[in-house]
Design a protein around this ligand. Structure first.
Ligand SMILES: *Cc1c(COP(=O)(O)O)cnc(C)c1O
Length: 459
């Protein structure tokens, strides 16, 4: 690695933090199908979305025209506290793999919340504050989104009610402590504080909860409480929009070293970190300028892109949210508990789903949990950063691609998203280290049960 002038870390200056978010919908060849009202099955209008989301975020959600949307100064100022995030050349991992490939990762775990989710949390909290709201509600699965939003709400002085999937709340008491430190109120879901929660508890008093149920509870509280709106940390167009700063920064960093990725790899739960990382590179692909190969990596235990259906489906278990056209396992699908909590969602962002359907995202790949932790451990030992289990899905695929390069002798440039830190997932690492980790892969019959709940909506 000595002859290389490319540094380990390629930093941008504060001034190079993007001034606008990039709205990929303005460039997509086929826009994704509109989200539909769950009652009328007609496209949701701004008026119908207004009780749920802040006005400005509704505009962003429905905006398919403006390529760039200016980042308000107050948000950019907050970004300056933890951005630009570094692009890191994984020299030590390359050496260990003896690969001719050049491996780079964009590290989003360097803030207290520990992941990329803060990029959208601060934007959503800002618009709530601007609108004069008292507070917001949300759900959190593994806890990353709740933590990020707690930081954002703490910063702007907004109340925050978090419905946290019960199994996660029990497994991760420290997450709860961080959220409470930033001022959030955390309720394990299902709870007896909402109609949908009570209904779920009636059906199964011992329910460990799911992201879909927590969403239903958070939406219910938002639409029935004066001065509150709901926020979501992934899947939505607005979230992918905010996350576009990751890809914009990455592209700028590659310009500094006069390189460009042949491969862009990200883990995909709801699609926001991959959507963000790929943004500027996908823009080049859509414009016919470059053709990087994109890989979305998901857990074999929750394989929405590799084994799901491309269909209109509800975004939550309670079936109160709009329907989105996406790759889905069915809103009633509850994946076996695995350690990549942030990747356990039944659907996939409509933008990502459409790009995959149209072939612009070249490949979706499902990987098993123990292989993922093997890759995570290798990465930690050679690169000195403990990755989030979610991010380790991308690491696994990147390592596999680097090994392929060794076999073919190709010196490909590989970019992958290191979406977060693993500090809050030590239970998972303990499990892996003790050898008690298992790989849970749903059978076709189990998937069929989820598919059966997908509503028969054409389009
Ligand atoms: C939430 C989360 C994910 C998955 O969500 P996406 O919307 O697909 O990005 C991935 N990595 C980390 C660290 C997360 O916290």
């Amino acid at each position: 690695m000595s002859e290389n002038q490319i540094p380990y870390k390629i930093y941008l200056t504060e001034d190079e933090i993007p001034r606008s978010w990039y709205n990929i919908r303005a460039d997509m060849k086929t826009d994704h199908r509109p989200i539909l009202h769950p009652g009328t099955l007609q496209p949701m209008t701004a008026e119908e979305l207004a009780p749920v989301f802040c006005d400005e975020l509704v505009k962003q959600e429905l905006n398919d025209k403006d390529r760039f949307i200016e980042i308000p100064e107050a948000i950019r100022d907050f970004y300056k506290m933890y951005r630009p995030s570094p692009l890191v050349r994984a020299y030590c991992l390359e050496e260990a793999l003896k690969t001719p490939a050049k491996l780079y990762y964009k590290y989003e775990g360097g803030n207290t919340s520990g992941s990329h989710k803060l990029n959208s949390a601060i934007a959503q909290a800002y618009y709530a504050k601007e609108q004069g709201l008292k507070g917001i509600t949300t759900e959190t699965g593994a806890g990353q989104w709740g933590t990020a939003l707690s930081m954002a709400c703490g910063y702007f002085g907004l109340d925050l009610k978090v419905f946290m999937v019960k199994v996660s709340a029990e497994q991760k008491p420290y997450r709860k402590a961080v959220m409470e430190t930033f001022g959030a109120k955390v309720t394990p879901s299902p709870s007896d504080t909402t109609n949908i929660g009570r209904k779920m508890l009636e059906a199964d008093p011992n329910s460990g909860g799911s992201l879909g149920t927590a969403i239903s509870e958070a939406v219910e509280v938002a639409v029935t409480t004066e001065g509150y709106k709901y926020t979501l940390g992934s899947v939505l167009n607005q979230v992918l929009l905010h996350q576009s700063i990751i890809g914009q920064e990455a592209k700028k960093a590659f310009e500094k070293i006069d390189d460009y990725p042949d491969l862009v790899i990200g883990c995909a739960g709801g699609g926001s970190n991959l959507g963000g990382l790929m943004s500027s590179f996908m823009a080049d692909k859509l414009a016919g300028k470059k053709a990087p190969y994109f890989i979305a990596v998901e857990p074999a235990s929750c394989p929405s892109m590799t084994r799901g259906k491309f269909a209109y489906d509800f975004c939550d278990t309670g079936m109160v949210t709009p329907l989105a056209k996406m790759y889905t396992l069915g809103a009633t699908f509850i994946p076996s508990s695995n350690h990549a909590g942030g990747l356990r969602y039944h659907g996939m962002a409509p933008i990502l789903s459409q790009l995959y359907h149209d072939g612009f995202i070249d490949e979706a790949r499902a990987v098993g949990q123990t292989d993922v932790f093997k890759a995570a451990t290798m990465f930690a030992r050679h690169e000195g950063t403990l990755p989030a289990p979610e991010s380790a899905h991308a690491i696994k695929a990147a390592i596999d691609e680097a090994i392929k390069c060794k076999e073919t002798g190709e010196a490909k440039t590989i970019l992958f998203g290191l979406s977060g830190t693993g500090y809050f997932d030590l239970g998972a690492y303990m499990n892996y280290n003790e050898g008690t980790m298992t790989d849970q892969i749903p059978t076709d019959e189990e998937l069929e049960r989820g598919f059966a709940a997908i509503p028969p909506v054409e389009g």
